[in-house]
Design a binder for this molecule. Structure first.
Ligand code: GDP
Ligand code: MG
Length: 199
């Protein structure tokens, strides 16, 4: 559920980059951070677990416009992807509005992607959320590499909800903002639907 801060005239959305370790979550958030106008973004904060970091920053994407008369503030997080950091992941996804699931397109990483996708699903259900009720997009990342699945195979293997999927290269930024914009639009559309059903 988006949090409304009436004093600031803002509606806050929490978007989380999820996916297996080394898939490209950190590279993706760093690319976004680098490209967002300094005047509308906060600091990039690093929350250290034992080995892997969770990154966070928030910003006001001016291009999204207002929602119900409120400015939109996006809070972006990454999770630690390695299997052993389940407890950290559960903390990070509390109150999540939308997920960008980062797939490592390499053939050798299929099992890790599947494990992470199931882990996401379970953790959301344990907190009473469903991927079907949240914003969700997939990034098929590392498209610049050679030993990768065609996007159509990844659709069949991983995209259980037919979520919008983008072929991305986090190193160059290809597709990164397209994926982010799509998930933002999904979560905003939910707010508009909820407001419409109340009136
Ligand atoms: N070739 C290639 N390498 C990538 C891409 N995205 C991330 N990487 C590399 O993959 C490694 C893991 O990326 P990272 O963002 O730390 O993954 P995370 O564990 O999901 O946060 C790093 O060496 C990145 O430079 C990509 O699109 N293409
Ligand atoms: Mg990382």
């Amino acid at each position: 559920m988006a949090l409304i801060n009436l004093a600031a005239g803002e509606i806050n959305y929490k978007i989380v980059y999820y996916g297996c370790g080394l898939g490209g979550k950190t590279t993706s958030i760093q690319y976004v951070y680098k490209k967002v106008n300094p005047e509308v973004k906060g600091k990039l904060v690093s929350i250290a677990t034992e080995e892997e970091r969770t990154l966070y920053f928030d910003f006001l994407p001016l291009t999204l416009g207002k929602v119900q008369g409120l400015k939109t503030r996006i809070h972006l997080y990454t999770i630690p992807g390695q299997a052993q950091y389940r407890a950290s992941r559960k903390l990070v996804i509390q109150g999540v509005d939308g997920i960008i699931f980062v797939v490592d397109s390499q053939i050798s990483r299929l099992d890790d992607n599947v494990e992470s996708y199931l882990d996401m699903w379970e953790n959301l259900e344990e907190q009473g959320d469903s991927p079907l009720d949240l914003g969700l997009v997939l990034q098929y990342n590392k498209r610049d590499l050679v030993d990768i699945f065609p996007a159509s195979d990844l659709d069949e293997l991983l995209n259980q909800t037919n979520a919008p999927a983008y072929e991305t290269c986090a190193l160059t930024g290809m597709g990164i903002f397209e994926a982010l914009r799509n998930v933002c639009k999904q979560v905003i559309a939910r707010t508009e639907e909820q407001a419409a059903s109340r009136s």
